[in-house]
Design a protein around this ligand. Structure first.
Ligand code: DP6
Length: 352
């Protein structure tokens, strides 16, 4: 079989995914909304090869083992099952951003892997060019179900929940869904809809002590999680509409409320999870003070101390300067709104 290479961007959630109804299937407790991050990417090549005695996985040039290998193999197993093939695969994956830089690499990693592996296993066709990606293209799986963008997003979700949001482009919503079949992500607006920029303030590059997977598993031990989940449809509705209307003031308030709610759940879980550093709080306060003075900025924080400061393109320079001047911020990285996961145009590796 022939190798295929895919590219995917990480994403930053405005309305967060925290906690699962099913940890095994990564069925989220609530829906979420995000934007893809342009310029940051994972590129993954998958080759199902009859000469291999086992799956071989390289991540950033190093042979993978432990949990990373186990998670990749689980996805390869699912693809083999769906495509009805029985070959091991060679997988090589590279990020163009440092792991542990406060950007969720599992999202872009499993989105790129899902696309490359499914295509390499013959579950074609998906187009090469970004603007050709549309949901009308389908391939039929051996069991007769269509393999479309929704199915691809679902496959990515099984590897890492947030990865399902890195399949479609631009501004993306992942519906909690009622079961495995309808829990996948769709684009709600293309990248050019709104010129937002994520100024990522790097506060620590240390590996986080409690990863997202472990965090999701204890979310329900917080007495606040129920209230957060019950209220999620309201926050999703406000955030979706604010994006569609390009209404920054509403967008800013709901995004910060959602991030604060998730961190309140984290801090009140058993055991409690404290991800912030003093500089994280300093950035939160500086962002709110700057917004009160008229600068269109707001913040959101994932499961780590680094903080994502979202602003409009017009405010990006001033925002990056402000954030970079705060004591404890080591670096600021800027990312615009990114496109969907796509095959890398390379006629020698991606035949159509
Ligand atoms: C705080 O998708 O990384 O970034 O499914 O276990 O891989 P796994 O978790 P993951 O969780 C992301 C959590 C978050 C919020 C978000 O991105 O919505």
């Amino acid at each position: 079989m022939l190798p295929f290479t895919a590219l995917a961007h990480p994403n930053i959630a405005f309305i967060k995914y925290w906690g699962n109804r099913s940890d095994a299937l990564r069925l989220p407790a609530n829906g979420s909304i995000s934007m893809n991050l342009e310029g940051l990417e994972t590129r993954t090549t998958v080759h199902f090869d009859a000469s291999l005695p086992a799956d071989k996985v390289k991540i950033n040039g190093k042979i993978a083992g432990g949990m990373a290998l186990a998670r990749v193999r689980m996805m390869l197993e699912e693809v083999r099952h769906l495509a009805g093939i029985y070959l091991f695969a060679r997988v090589a994956s590279e990020n163009n951003f440092p792991t542990g830089a406060g950007i969720a690499s599992s999202a872009s990693a499993f989105a790129a892997l899902a696309l490359a592996a499914s295509q390499a296993a013959g579950m074609r066709p998906f187009p090469c060019a970004e603007d050709e990606v549309d949901s009308h293209l389908t391939a039929v799986l051996p069991e007769g179900q269509p393999f479309d963008l929704g199915a691809l997003s679902r496959l990515a979700r099984h590897g890492s929940g947030s990865a399902c949001r890195s399949i479609p482009g631009g501004f993306v919503e992942w519906a909690a869904g009622s079961d495995d079949a309808d829990s996948y992500a769709v684009s709600i607006a293309p990248p050019e809809h709104w010129d937002l920029v994520d100024c990522i303030a790097m506060i620590s590059a240390d590996r986080k002590q409690t990863g997202s997977t472990e965090g999701h598993a204890i979310a329900a031990t917080s007495t606040l999680q129920h209230a957060r989940v019950d209220d999620a449809p309201r926050r999703l509705g406000i955030c979706r509409q604010a994006i569609l209307n390009r209404d920054f003031a509403t967008f800013a308030e709901i995004m910060e409320e959602d991030s604060n709610l998730m961190h309140a759940v984290m801090m009140s879980s058993h055991p409690p999870l404290f991800y912030w550093q003093p500089a994280t709080l300093a950035v939160m306060q500086a962002v709110r003070a700057a917004r009160a003075k008229g600068l269109p900025v707001c913040y959101t924080i994932d499961a780590g101390p680094n903080i994502h400061v979202i602003c409009t393109q017009a405010a990006a320079e001033e925002t990056a300067k402000l954030v970079g001047s705060i004591s404890g911020v080591r670096d600021v990285r800027l990312a615009k709104v990114g496109g969907p996961a796509r095959l890398v145009e390379n006629p020698s590796t991606n035949p159509h």
